[in-house]
Design a protein around this ligand. Structure first.
Ligand code: DTR
Length: 340
């Protein structure tokens, strides 16, 4: 009886296994396959938005397009994303413009200290600003969408409550954000986000300046038990596509990607604005992280120190033949429009 049962069960398992092999594939097999590279680890928001974008494109093209995603810098890293996409190493890539300040000067105007209230507003501003200026810096690629992280704050090993506390303190930041730290008297150390994990462990830096979701996603809460709220600046993220790959796509597919651009920018903003709060709850619960709010007078002192940064950028832009004043005024006007 037992033996018969044994035979019966193995028969059932065998049948399931065979059926698995014969299981029909997806109704439509994709005729266009695209690769998409993202530099930080899979759990971080740049990769979360990548997976959402992939899903939407595959759905909206009825399965005609399939996207193979490469999180964690497995295809291209933070600093070679743009060149890698131009060269066709990946068809699509997501980059942080602030990691190459000189190369993306117009787009990086959005990472001047404008005090955007959140990621959604900053993302919408960024996309509309791009559509208006279509800056030359992206001439060699097709820009698929743009979005911003939530405003940056200080995460540190010691409490920072005043300009005295931040003086000569080694903090990691990149691009425009580094200038902000400098203006406050800190010692900015530039590197892309993934390199920060080791730099903190080795003591090369004592903290970092970025949006707070990284407290959970990179487990910075383990080493940085203090957060000082400054909300000074965002970093612009750009999704770019190889131009000849874009030109080879059928018109209906191009339309799906174009129609998704603004909506996806806003989706990412909303996701970010919810997620950083969850990450901070996690950080407080697991690591007792203390959040420091500067007094109004103290914050006014900090903000005052940032004023020359925008002025300097305008002069530099003008010297390059760019409409510096107009760019800054447009960003401020868009921020006002979307903050309402
Ligand atoms: N603030 C930028 C960009 C950034 C914010 N969160 C993440 C997560 C993963 C990669 C980059 C970023 C920065 O500090 O680099």
């Amino acid at each position: 009886m037992r033996r018969n049962m044994g035979f019966l069960l193995s028969g059932i398992f065998f049948a399931i296994w065979v059926a698995g092999l014969w299981a029909p594939g997806p109704a439509v097999s994709a005729s266009i396959e695209l690769t998409y590279a993202c530099f930080p680890p899979a759990q971080t928001f740049p990769c979360v938005q990548m997976e959402r974008w992939k899903k939407e494109v595959e759905k909206r093209t009825g399965g005609k397009v399939a996207i193979k995603t490469f999180p964690g810098g497995t295809l291209l890293g933070a600093k070679n994303m743009m060149d890698g996409v131009i060269a066709g190493v990946a068809d699509i890539g997501n980059l942080v413009a602030a990691y190459q300040p000189g190369r993306f000067m117009v787009t990086n105007a959005t990472s001047l200290p404008f005090n955007f209230p959140n990621s959604t507003v900053a993302s919408r501003v960024l996309w509309e600003f791009y559509l208006k200026y279509k800056p030359k810096e992206f001439e060699e690629v097709k820009v698929l969408t743009m979005f911003a992280n939530p405003p940056a704050n200080i995460m540190s090993k010691k409490p920072i409550k005043s300009l005295e506390d931040i003086k000569n303190y080694n903090l990691r930041a990149s691009g425009g954000a580094a200038q902000i730290l400098k203006a406050w008297g800190a010692n900015p150390v530039g590197m892309p986000m993934p390199a920060t994990v080791e730099a903190l462990q080795k003591g090369v830096v004592q903290g970092l300046f970025s949006s707070l979701e990284v407290m959970k996603d990179f487990k910075f809460a383990e080493t940085c038990r203090y957060v000082t709220i400054t909300n000074a600046v965002i970093y612009p993220f750009v999704t770019v596509m190889n131009k000849s790959k874009w030109n080879s796509l059928p018109k209906d597919v191009q339309k799906v990607l174009d129609d998704l651009a603004a909506e996806h920018s806003e989706w990412t903003g909303n996701y970010n604005d919810d997620y950083w709060k969850e990450a901070m709850e996690w950080s407080k619960k697991n690591y007792n992280v203390e959040v420091i709010e500067l007094s109004k007078q103290e914050l006014a002192k900090w903000n005052k120190l940032l004023e020359p940064i925008t002025q300097k950028w305008i002069e530099k832009a003008n010297a390059k033949g760019l409409p510096g004043n107009q760019i800054v005024n447009d960003i401020k006007a868009l921020a006002g429009k979307y903050s309402k």
